[in-house]
Design a protein around this ligand. Sequence first.
Ligand code: URA
Length: 248
Amino acid sequence: MRPVVSTGAEGAPERLQKVLARHGFGSRRACEELIAQSRVTVNGDVAVLGRRVDVDRDEVAVDGVVVGVRPSLVHYLLNKPPGVISTVHDPQGRRTVIDLVPGEPRVFPVGRLDGETEGLLLLTNDGEMTQRLTHPSHGVEKEYLAHLRGNPSRSALRRLREGVSLDDGLTAPARVVRVEADLVKITIHEGRNRQVRRMCEALGYPVVRLVRTRIGPLVDRSLAPGEWRELSATELRRLEVAVGNAGR
Ligand code: URA
C-alpha cells in the first residue's frame, strides 16, 4: 500500500491520532505509535504521522478493520422487555422497540426478537453494520438463556448441539450448556425465525422464557428491562472485528 502524504487540506479535518484515541485505541501517544507502525489506513492507504481525516468522509482502518468513526452514526444496546415488538411500526398500535429509544436520529432494529423474548437487541442507523450483522455468512454468535418446560434429557441436549431437524432444515451445530435442571444456555450463529423456541419445542421441551444475553462481543447484565445505552467505542470496535469487513 502506498503511504498517504498528509496535505491537511481536507474539509473539517482532525488529527488521525485524536480520532483514534476518541474511538478507544488508547492515548494519543499510543495512537501515534499505531500510525508509526503502519497499522492504520485511510481510504485504503497507509497513513503517516500528521495525517488529518474528515470523519464524515474518510474510511479509517486499524489492522485492516474499519473503524466506525462517523459521528452521525448511533448504535444503541437495548434490553428488550417482553411484550414489546421488534418492528419500526405496528399497525395494531402495540409498543415497539422504537418507542424505547430516542426518536432522532431514526434507528432500526438489527434483526428481531419475538414479542415475548427478552434481552439484548441492537438498534442503529448504520446500514452497513446492519447488513453485515444480519448476513448469514458473518454468523455472529447469539447467546440465549432458555427456561424450558421440563428437564431436558442428556440425549435432548446432544441433539440440540448436533442439529435439530426443523421444517426449514437442519439447524447448525450449537453450543448448549445446562445451567439448572430446566435452564439451558444456547449459543447459535444462525438467525432463523423463532429458532431457539422451535429447536426446543421439536425435542419436547417448550420454552417458557427466553432471554438473549449476548450478541457477538456485546453483553450487559446491568441494563434493566426497557433501558438502552450507546455502545462504547471499544464495543463498537469489537463488533467491527466480529463482523469483519467483508463486502466493503
Ligand atoms: N430464537 C427464538 O426462538 N426467538 C427469538 O426471539 C430469538 C431467537
